[in-house]
Design a protein around this ligand. Structure first.
Ligand SMILES: Cc1cc2nc3c(=O)[nH]c(=O)nc-3n(C[C@H](O)[C@H](O)[C@H](O)COP(=O)(O)OP(=O)(O)OC[C@H]3O[C@@H](n4cnc5c(N)ncnc54)[C@H](O)[C@@H]3O)c2cc1C
Length: 422
């Protein structure tokens, strides 16, 4: 008996009996043209059924890998199935870098971009904001190319595409010169300090993450990732706003092995070994979990945290850790940071869907006044009406789907729910 493929977390068994791995773009084109129902799959790190299908589930991981840097344009063109960890190592070796990475380097470039995956930083956009162009196979099996330079609005609609417009085969990303970073963790930031200094805290490093488990007041850990400029880096104070500099490495989830995390304690290292929280060779996070995340306009951060406080008795027992980050505004239609700077409030839950689902409803009710946008690759129960109100270009995206894919080849149950066909 063959076992059906599952997502990374194991909470989704894909209804397709197997994953197709075309070895060339030609094979991919033939497969898409010959199928009536298709979904692209990345590395399966999403927590919902976004990649699911009863038809052909297709990964581009076996299409020969390319990684071509164009120094004149400051771009790199990579195969869509490449993982960020691999891409980052290539880039660093060649003297280049990306401005942002998610918490883990294990995910594919196309999969991360398709869901609006982000890292952290007041002035840093999501990973999708690095995209300059995409090559993809559309529903009729044709190969098309979309770039910001030539396709303007259509490009903005296509990048965070949820796999609904085609199967991306290559991605061109903007790069910057490589850089070094140092990472420090502070323990126990008092709640009052957060309330009084929230803007200064998020502006205090290139990338800032606040971690709490909602079982006590205050912030359990603050992770600060600083870019190094020249040789003179200021040493951090032992006490900062009432928090204490950590005396050893930390894992975001208390009790998990710190060896899985990127180096802390201010040890200098390349950007791709400091921006993610987790090392490429090890398991990220806890491995036994579900995740959700909501993006709100940045100015509502304190009110939103207070709203969650009201149901702390329901959240606390089910959460392994919660992470709060900021993401810069962008113009990509389905990006959760479209149109405004956001704060992203993330929850790593215990792996119990039955217990977590009602709490998601309660959370969404608490956050409703702030018009939260859910992470497309995580668990949420937001209604299609709320999604439609939350995204100014929702109707345009629905029209783009219909134009690219008139027979609904790339649709699945979840896309039908979020974007009901006309
Ligand atoms: C431990 C852990 C930590 C995480 N940390 C973060 C974080 O820091 N920040 C954050 O924002 N998210 C985070 N996530 C969520 C994760 O980044 C997203 O779910 C992301 O989409 C996963 O990429 P993937 O390659 O696994 O895509 P998949 O889950 O396989 O697919 C996601 C979507 O991309 C589409 N897709 C995949 N490949 C293609 C392609 N070639 N062409 C077109 N569409 C495609 C799929 O159809 C699907 O709709 C985390 C997840 C885990 C498990």
């Amino acid at each position: 008996m063959t076992t059906r493929p599952t997502n990374w977390a194991g909470n989704v068994t894909y209804r397709a009996g197997r994953v197709h791995f075309p070895r060339t773009v030609d094979q991919l084109q033939e497969l898409v043209a010959a199928s009536t129902s298709v979904r692209p799959l990345g590395t399966g790190h999403s927590f919902n059924r976004i990649a699911d299908t009863t038809g052909a589930l297709i990964s581009v991981a076996d299409v020969p890998q390319t990684c071509v840097i164009d120094p004149t344009r400051s771009t790199v063109t990579v195969s869509a199935g490449m993982r960020y960890g691999e891409l980052a190592a290539h880039l660093h070796e060649a003297g280049y870098a990306l401005r942002s990475l998610g918490s883990l380097p294990h995910i594919s470039v196309a999969g991360a971009i398709a869901t609006g995956t982000h890292g952290s930083g007041d002035t840093v956009g999501s990973l999708a904001t690095a995209v300059a162009a995409l090559q993809m196979v559309t529903a009729d099996g044709e190969l098309t190319y979309v770039s910001r330079e030539t396709d303007g609005e259509e490009f903005c609609g296509t990048v965070v595409g949820l796999g609904a417009l085609g199967i991306v085969t290559r991605v061109t990303l903007h790069v910057v010169p490589t850089y070094e970073m140092r990472q420090w963790v502070y323990d126990d930031l008092p709640r009052t300090a957060l309330v009084e200094h929230v803007d200064a805290i998020f502006a205090s490093a290139y990338s800032v993450s606040l971690f709490t488990d909602w079982r006590s007041e205050g912030v359990d850990h603050v992770w600060l990732k600083h870019r190094m400029h020249g040789s003179g880096t200021v040493e951090p104070p032992t006490d900062w706003l009432g928090a204490t500099l950590a005396d050893g490495p930390r894992h975001p989830i208390v009790g998990m092995p710190v060896e899985n995390c990127t180096e802390q304690l201010g040890v200098p290292g390349p950007w791709h070994e400091r921006l993610p929280h987790f090392r490429r060779e090890f398991m990220p996070s806890s491995g036994q979990e579900l995740q959700s995340e909501y993006f709100l306009p940045r100015e509502h951060v304190l009110d939103a945290l207070e709203a969650i406080e009201r149901i702390r008795h329901r959240v606390g027992p089910l959460v392994q850790v919660s992470e709060i980050r900021t993401v810069a505004r962008d113009d990509l239609w389905l990006s959760p940071s479209h149109g405004h700077h956001t704060v992203a409030i993330h929850f790593t839950w215990v792996p119990d869907t039955t217990a977590v689902t009602p709490v998601l409803g309660a959370l969404e009710e608490q956050l409703a006044p702030f018009r939260p946008r859910p992470h497309w690759g995580k668990l949420f129960s937001t209604s299609p009406q709320t999604l439609a109100c939350g995204y100014a270009r929702y109707a345009d995206f629905t029209a783009l789907m219909a134009r690219h894919d008139p027979t609904g080849k790339f649709r699945n149950q979840l896309l039908d729910r979020w974007f009901p066909p006309g």
